[in-house]
Design a protein around this ligand. Structure first.
Ligand code: NAD
Length: 365
């Protein structure tokens, strides 16, 4: 038997295709001029903003790169020239709050180290802007709560930079698991990591106060959410242990973490994250079959198969799909698919994993 995506998906893809064809008609295209796109300002012009988000914003249909916030004056001209950003839409960390007076900016996208997520999310909401905040959402659940409540108070939407919720292979894992296509998922194994090379450990990612932790915060967050969206459940408890092969390098944060998560429906997830191994897999077993994606969590080159055969999905620019979906949520005043509450749920699990690393015991989530 060959692998069959759902009929509903097929019909939806067909209608999206037709919709695309209609929108590309010159008369209809004139109805959605560039001015109608929502303006996004990127805060923090590091490797993710420069390497992924700005290029993705050249593909987006509902939003565009309208502004930047940077503490490095040399980057201003480079970005302004490359992306045609007017001087009035360029801010630094001191004058950032005056973004409140700029109608070009609808959405602020916080792409800073984790310890700055809370501050800039709250400042953006207070400036009247909708917010996308990168993962992991914050240093703690308590910070997540402050961010969610500040956005609620300002009546602004808050979204997390969870690109995989918009990615076809991961969406199929959600469908197969949550709809119990092969029966209820009984076991998951998942791993996500990369080799953190070099000898300089001064980067913010290796500082507990700046990153909140090591690979668990950075890469393990995807494993936590992968198991959560395959089961569609919240874990009851976790049990974790860690391993260090380079303790002199990983002085403040973990190097490799293994953990188990138990879900209410009976599924046990065996998980791993590491700064010492290249890995990216999400595999699920159920009574009537199995399904997996590998690579599972990267920006591209994802592949999937089930016990019935390969998954036939196209490659997409995940960040473009994610930002377009948020722009639509803002326009239509509907909740984000990945709101702050979703980031908070992952942080709750991550906190339990750190507690288990400390106690050596099973910890309730
Ligand atoms: P980076 O180090 O390349 O960039 C961070 C930026 O923040 C730099 O431009 C830096 O100058 C600026 N910055 C401002 N104040 C700073 C301070 N006090 N200390 C250090 N830097 C400061 O990091 P990155 O890889 O671009 O990551 C940024 C955020 O994006 C993180 O939250 C990270 O987890 C997230 N991220 C998400 C994905 C994803 O797939 N969603 C991928 C990579 C990174």
């Amino acid at each position: 038997m060959t692998y069959q995506p759902s009929r509903r998906r097929f019909v939806r893809n067909l209608s999206l295709g037709l919709g695309g064809a209609l929108l590309s008609h010159p008369l209809l295209a004139a109805c959605s001029p560039r001015e109608k796109k929502l303006g996004i300002a990127l805060v923090g012009l590091g490797s993710y903003a420069g390497g992924q988000l700005a290029p993705a914003l050249q593909e987006t249909k509902n939003c565009y790169l309208a502004g930047i916030v940077t503490g490095t004056p040399a980057k201003e001209k480079i970005w302004a020239d490359k992306y045609n950003i007017p001087q009035k839409n360029i801010y630094n960390y001191q004058d950032f709050d005056s973004i409140a007076d700029n109608p070009d900016i609808d959405i602020v996208y916080v792409v800073l180290p984790v310890f700055l997520h809370k501050e800039y999310t709250i400042r953006a909401a207070k400036a009247g802007k909708h917010v996308i905040c990168e993962k992991p959402m914050a240093l703690s659940v308590a910070e997540c709560d402050e961010m969610i409540s500040a956005c609620k108070q300002a009546n602004r939407l808050l979204s997390i930079g969870y690109r995989l919720h918009f990615e076809p292979f991961n969406k199929e894992m959600m469908r197969l698991g949550q709809q119990k296509v092969y029966g209820p998922v009984t076991a998951i194994h998942s791993s996500n990591g990369f080799v953190y090379g070099g000898t300089d450990n001064s980067a913010w990612r290796l500082k507990k106060k700046l990153a909140g932790g090591g690979p668990l915060m950075d890469m393990g967050v995807y494993v936590v959410q992968g198991a959560r969206y395959v089961t569609g459940e919240e874990p009851l408890w976790v049990k974790a242990r860690q391993e260090k092969t380079r303790p002199e390098f990983f002085t403040e944060v973990e190097e490799t973490v293994y953990w188990q998560m138990a879900f209410p429906g009976g599924c046990i997830a065996n998980c791993k994250t590491s700064y010492n191994e290249n890995a990216s897999i999400l595999h699920a077993d159920a009574p009537k079959g199995w399904f997996e994606i590998s690579p599972a969590y990267g920006y591209g080159g994802l592949a999937g198969k089930t016990s019935q055969g390969p998954m036939p999905f196209p490659h997409i620019t995940q960040q473009a799909a994610q930002m377009d979906a948020f722009a639509t949520a803002v326009r239509t005043s509907t909740p984000s698919i990945v709101p702050g509450e979703e980031g908070r749920k992952d942080m709750k699990v991550i906190e339990a994993i750190y507690r288990s690393l400390d106690s050596g015991q099973q910890e309730k989530v």
